[in-house]
Structures are given as structure tokens and as C-alpha cells.
Design a protein around this ligand. Structure first.
Ligand code: GDP
Ligand code: IMO
Ligand code: MG
Length: 424
């Protein structure tokens, strides 16, 4: 029987979803992205080739997999074509196997302009967005001013919709000498692109249902992580979509009955890029070492990522809201040389100790982590291919995490490459 699996990030993104999806995709027939946009940067390393996927599912590296972009994704059509072209130069042909929902909302140049204007206006309280136009595009979707992929094939109504958007965005566009606000140019560009998108446009919900009925195996690839979820994350320092399992249902038009397995991706420590509270953040030498050893620089924006110890309060929340039963722990190798490794088991707020996130995420600025110390293993884990082969202290660290979360570990990653993986 085929197993349909959802892969979701359990922290603040960049957990290594790209690597794990690429590995799991070997056994899948189709891979589907359900939310987010080009704010995502999913890295896949195969041999000496590095691929960074923003919109295209990480399964595309295999020549025979079908890849789907769901209606829950906000699609930058210009960015997607660049991504397709870059893959082509790297020897990956997407022709005839990359499909996009006709209902996907488009990220247009004016969304990126608005994203940067709003970030500037927020001043010191900025969210630190990726400036990829994600928030403004989802806002247009929710307020029903969005332009969807299917709209670019109906020129008259597209023109009207763009004109309406020009009017309602005057607050941003007035006096703005930026061609990203030029809706007439956007219209012409979209008309030019339409024939390229026509063969890719489909009803993703129907296609996935058909594949499912045929007994095919489908992998669902989340972007970002639980703490960036618009509803359940560290609001307002989140992205603008549901990064958790519910997002897969609405973002693809599928039923929860189609899902067999939910795999949460957990980095062996924590990172965050952009602003917002981060209770276990290390702004010291240890934090710098985690960043340098882990190569913690954004795959989408190149920004240095903030780093800190593993946070079980965050992970308990992520596992509960996603129904995670299995986790894939990534980047264990990054901890190889630390003499002491800390795990946050609870927060303290004043005299109160809490095992779960506070009701108001604003309190995350004030909580103090309660740590449990683990002795390091001071040896290399890269290349070890069995759980039993890991140093005893590494096994103790991993078992403690799995026991606390009440989950099984199904995969341990000890390097960015496919073969640097322990399947448990
Ligand atoms: P994603 O957004 O969740 O797909 O993660 P990113 O690709 O943004 O960031 C993860 C980074 O860690 C990438 O550079 C990966 O190549 C790298 N990576 C993934 N797994 C491992 C691992 O186990 N060890 C090390 N050292 N690097 C890893
Ligand atoms: P992947 O899929 C890490 C963060 C941004 C910012 C906040 C809002 O690679 O894990 P947005 O542009 O979405 O409005 O920014 O969310 N963010 C990510 N952080 N990984 C990501 O994606 C992210 N996508 C968005 O840095 O703090
Ligand atoms: Mg990333």
C-alpha cells in the first residue's frame, strides 16, 4: 500500500525540509507544495550539485516525479520561470511534470513593493520579512482582490482587476516612481507569460485524488515552520499562511483521509531568521559557532540566521498542533564539537514555570529558558549509518527529545548530502 506523507517544519523554518523531502521523494510518485511562496528556500544537495528551491517541490530533482504547486501557494510567476530556467541549466527538466493550481494567487511586482514600504514604515518593529511580497499577496487573497493564475487567461477581466488594484493601492503607489506599481506593464508582462503557464495549469485537487485512487504515493511538502504559522505561530512575527497540516488540506483541496503519516522536521538546535522573540537565542560565541558550523545563512535571502539551543516548549506545541508522530532530526553533526549541549525543557515567567507556550506570544519576549545540560560527544557523526553507531551521548540526547515529545525518530541527518542520513 502506498503511504502519503506530510512533511512540516517544527520550528521557525529552515529545519532541513528540502533535504528530507528529497530523500523521501525517492519512494514517492508525486510531491506537492501547499502554502507559502518564494519566501521559502529549500536546499537539496546531490553529489556536487546544490539546488535551492523556492516554489518548486523538492522532489523535482528526480527525473520521473510529478510535482504540484497547490492553490494555497502564492505564486510569483516571474520568479517561477526563473526557477525553472535555473533548473534547466542544472540539467533538470520540469517539462510535462510540473503542474500548478489554476486557483493559486499570484504575487505581482506591486506586492513586493508594498512589502518593502510596510517594512520601512514599521521601523524598528519590522517583521524582517523576506520582501518577497508574501504578506501583501495573501492579504489580497483574503480580501478578495487577488489575481489568480486562471485570471491571466481572461484579458478583459484581468485588465479590470489590475485597474481595481491600482485604485485601492493608491496609498502606496501615489508619488511612487517605481515600475513595480505600473499595472499596465504588469498586464502586458502577464499576457506575454500566459502561453508558458497554460500547459502547467491544472486542477490539483482532482489530479491528486486520481493519483491517490491509482494507489500512487504522494508526498506533501510544507514550507516555513510551525512557529511561523499565521494562526498558531509567534504572531505577529510569522509568515502569512498556515504552515501546519491544515494548510495542506486547504492549500491542495484534499481530505485529511488521504494522509497516512505526518513527519515533523526538527533541527537539532534552533534557528530563526527575521525579527521576533526567540527564547533560547544565543547572542554569544556559542551562537556564532552554531551559525558558522551549521552554515546558518538564509537560503532565500542570504541573511545570517539567529541561533540557539533546542526548545522543547516550541516542539511540544509543533508536534501537538500537527499531530506529529514521527520526527526527522537534522543537523545533528553541527553539535559534534560542543562540550555541553543544552535543551530548554520549560520557560520561567517571573516565578511561574511553564511547559507550554504562553497564551499571548508577546510574553515570549520575557520568558527565560529552563535548561537541562547534556554532555557532548566530541566526535564526528557524519557518515554513521545506524542509530546504534552514534556516540552514546548523541543517542541519549536524541532519546530524551523523542521521549519528551512522545514521538518516534524516523530519520537522523548528519550532513547535507543524501548519504549522510540514518534511517531509523
Ligand atoms: P529548509 O528550508 O527547511 O529546506 O532548510 P534550508 O535548506 O533553508 O536550510 C537547511 C540547510 O542545512 C541547507 O543548507 C542544507 O543543505 C543543510 N543541511 C540539511 N541537513 C543537514 C545536516 O544534517 N547537516 C548539515 N551540516 N547541514 C544540513
Ligand atoms: P523555509 O521554507 C525561515 C520568515 C521571515 C520573516 C517571517 C515573515 O525555507 O523554511 P515573509 O516573507 O514570509 O512575510 O516573512 O517569516 N520566513 C522564513 N524563515 N524559513 C523560511 O522558509 C521562511 N519564510 C519566511 O524571515 O521572519
Ligand atoms: Mg529554508
Amino acid at each position: 500500500m502506498s503511504t502519503n506523507t506530510i512533511v512540516v517544519g517544527c520550528q521557525w523554518g529552515d529545519e532541513g525540509k528540502g533535504k528530507v523531502v528529497d530523500l523521501l521523494a525517492e519512494k514517492a510518485d508525486a510531491i506537492a507544495r501547499f502554502q507559502g511562496g518564494a519566501n521559502a528556500g529549500h536546499t537539496v544537495l546531490v553529489g556536487d550539485k546544490k539546488y535551492i528551491l523556492h516554489l518548486i517541490p523538492s522532489g523535482i530533482i528526480y527525473p520521473d516525479k510529478l510535482c504540484y504547486i497547490g492553490n494555497g501557494v502564492v505564486l510569483d510567476p516571474f520568479g517561477l520561470l526563473e526557477e525553472i530556467e535555473l533548473l534547466r541549466t542544472q540539467g533538470i527538466d520540469t517539462n510535462g511534470r510540473l503542474f500548478i493550481s489554476s486557483a493559486a494567487n499570484l504575487v505581482l511586482p506591486y506586492h513586493k513593493l508594498i512589502d518593502s514600504i510596510e517594512e520601512k514604515k514599521r521601523g524598528g518593529d519590522g517583521i524582517g520579512t523576506t520582501l518577497r511580497g508574501i504578506g501583501p499577496a495573501y492579504r489580497d487573497k483574503v480580501s478578495r482582490n487577488g489575481i489568480r493564475l486562471c485570471d491571466i487567461f481572461a484579458p478583459d477581466s484581468l485588465k479590470q482587476k489590475l485597474e481595481h488594484n491600482r485604485k485601492i493601492k493608491q496609498e502606496y503607489f501615489a508619488g511612487c516612481d517605481d515600475d513595480r506599481a505600473d499595472t499596465a506593464k504588469i498586464f502586458d508582462d502577464l499576457q506575454r507569460l500566459a502561453p508558458l503557464f497554460e500547459p502547467m495549469m491544472t486542477n490539483v485537487s482532482l489530479d491528486l485524488q486520481r493519483l491517490h485512487r491509482e494507489g500512487k504515493c504522494i508526498l506533501f511538502e510544507g514550507a516555513q515552520g510551525a512557529l511561523l504559522d499565521i494562526d498558531l505561530g509567534s504572531y505577529p512575527y510569522t509568515t502569512s499562511s498556515n504552515t501546519t497540516v491544515g494548510g495542506a488540506m486547504t492549500g491542495l483541496g484534499i481530505s485529511p483521509k488521504m494522509i497516512d503519516e505526518i513527519v515533523g522536521i526538527v533541527k537539532a538546535y534552533t534557528t530563526r531568521v527575521g525579527s521576533g522573540p526567540f527564547p533560547t537565542e544565543l547572542v554569544d560565541q556559542t551562537g556564532n559557532e552554531l551559525r558558522e558550523i551549521g552554515g546558518e545563512y538564509g537560503a532565500a535571502t542570504g541573511r545570517p540566521r539567529r541561533t540557539g539551543w533546542l526548545d522543547l516548549v516550541v516542539l511540544r506545541h509543533a508536534c501537538r498542533i500537527n499531530g506529529v508522530e514521527k520526527i526527522a532530526v537534522t543537523k545533528l553533526d553541527v553539535l559534534d564539537r560542543f562540550s555541553t549541549i543544552k535543551v530548554c525543557t520549560a520557560y520561567k515567567l517571573g516565578d511561574r514555570e511553564m511547559a507550554e507556550l504562553p497564551l499571548n506570544p508577546a510574553a515570549l519576549w520575557d520568558v527565560k529558558p529552563v535548561y537541562r545540560d547534556f554532555p557532548g560527544w566530541n566526535s564526528t557523526t557524519a557518515g554513521i549509518d545506524k542509530f546504534e553507531g552514534l556516540p552514546e551521548n548523541a543517542r541519549k540526547y536524541l532519546s530524551f527529545i523523542a521521549d519528551d515529545l512522545g514521538v518516534e525518530i524516523c530519520l537522523i541527518s548528519t550532513g547535507a548530502r543524501r548519504n549522510e542520513t540514518i534511517l531509523v
